[in-house]
Write a protein that binds this ligand. Structure first.
Ligand SMILES: Cc1cc2nc3c(=O)[nH]c(=O)nc-3n(C[C@H](O)[C@H](O)[C@H](O)COP(=O)(O)OP(=O)(O)OC[C@H]3O[C@@H](n4cnc5c(N)ncnc54)[C@H](O)[C@@H]3O)c2cc1C
Length: 134
């Protein structure tokens, strides 16, 4: 006898920042979430590794221990040309540096095991498989 298929409230294709954040938020509210990501965590992504401070509170509220990670703060931008000329400007809000390797893996771990949260949470099912048809 085979087990009946598991039913999910929500299926998310793509476990990047958007998919993982959504999976964590829905799971925390008690929804049964399936997330499909074609890569295997942790994995590298091409990225400037600059996150605006606008995102700080949201990521903290998701549960990332940003304060404990001692992340570099970025307060200036420098644009340079091949001839050596450059301009440097102060960023009004600024940001912090973090690799997608670290950020996505931490969010994926939280989606899989949201144990540090109160509420009706349940772990999302994170499948590291490519979606090829719907
Ligand atoms: C070169 C570059 C540099 C950047 N630098 C910065 C920066 O410094 N700071 C910043 O804030 N933003 C930066 N961005 C933008 C940032 O990467 C995006 O805003 C962000 O990744 C969008 O998140 P997302 O979850 O929508 O998509 P993504 O992070 O791209 O996630 C989509 C996920 O879906 C998965 N996927 C795709 N197809 C399938 C499939 N068929 N089945 C299963 N999984 C699938 C992918 O593997 C991927 O993990 C940069 C973008 C680029 C291209």
């Amino acid at each position: 006898m085979t087990n009946p298929p598991t039913l999910y409230d929500t299926a998310i294709v793509g476990g990047g920042l958007a998919g993982l954040s959504l999976a964590i938020q829905l799971s925390r509210q008690g929804h049964h979430v399936l997330l499909m990501e074609k890569e295997t965590y942790p994995f590298h992504k091409v990225c400037g590794e600059y996150i605006s401070m606008e995102s700080w509170d949201f990521l903290l509220q998701l549960g990332l221990p940003l304060d404990e990670w001692n992340l570099p703060r970025i307060s200036q931008v420098k644009i340079s040309a091949p001839n050596g000329l450059s301009i440097t400007e102060t960023l009004p809000l600024g940001g912090f540096g973090i690799s997608r390797f670290k950020l996505d893996a931490a969010l994926a771990a939280m989606a899989k095991a949201p144990r540090e949260f109160s509420g009706p949470k349940r772990p999302a099912r994170v499948m590291e498989k490519e979606v090829t048809s719907m």
